[in-house]
Design a protein. Sequence first.
Length: 221
Amino acid sequence: MLNIKCFYFNSFQECCSVVWDDSGKAAVIDPGCYTPDEISALAGFISSKGLSVEKILLTHTHFDHIYGVAELARKYNVPVLMDPEEKVILENEDFFCGMFGLRVPDTGFTATDIHDGDRIEVGQNTFEVLSTPGHTPGGVCFLCRDARLLLSGDTLFAGSIGRTDNRWGDYDALMKGIFEKLMVLDGDITVIPGHGHPTTIADERMKNPFLQPFNEPYEED
């Protein structure tokens, strides 16, 4: 059985998830902990549940999703998994943070590359890597089919999609990924976005104004 706990960190209310099973083996996804109190809240929960963190997974590397990565990677001595196309974002965090007057996150962590179709084990559960670039060059989603769960990062939100007007955004790529990788999934899959409340694939097919009509194939120019 897969368990999940969501935290909402920093001024952007970024969703950080902890997933684990009955073995206690766990992964942390997008730890955007900005303050010491936020780090303590996350670490305290992990300790209270007796969890063994084995890896940190990143849907993408915008600053609000990675503030706690370096500290947690050191604390738990675990690998950080991300798409290698995200390196350009890590190298330009000062640009993004400067837009909002926020401190630049510690990017001094070593990343392990992941790619579309990779399978990542968390205890007895398997997450598939779905490449969905567009919000950033290496944006991905993590899908656990058995648990009917999709961690969509900033690719897909309840009633919206990830913005692509930032530097290195690509609207056409984002829409292609959403239609070809996400809208084809079973409707009962729960979607945990990087911001905002959970939704389902079915609800986004029917209600998301950016995806209507969902059943028309997306065509590139």
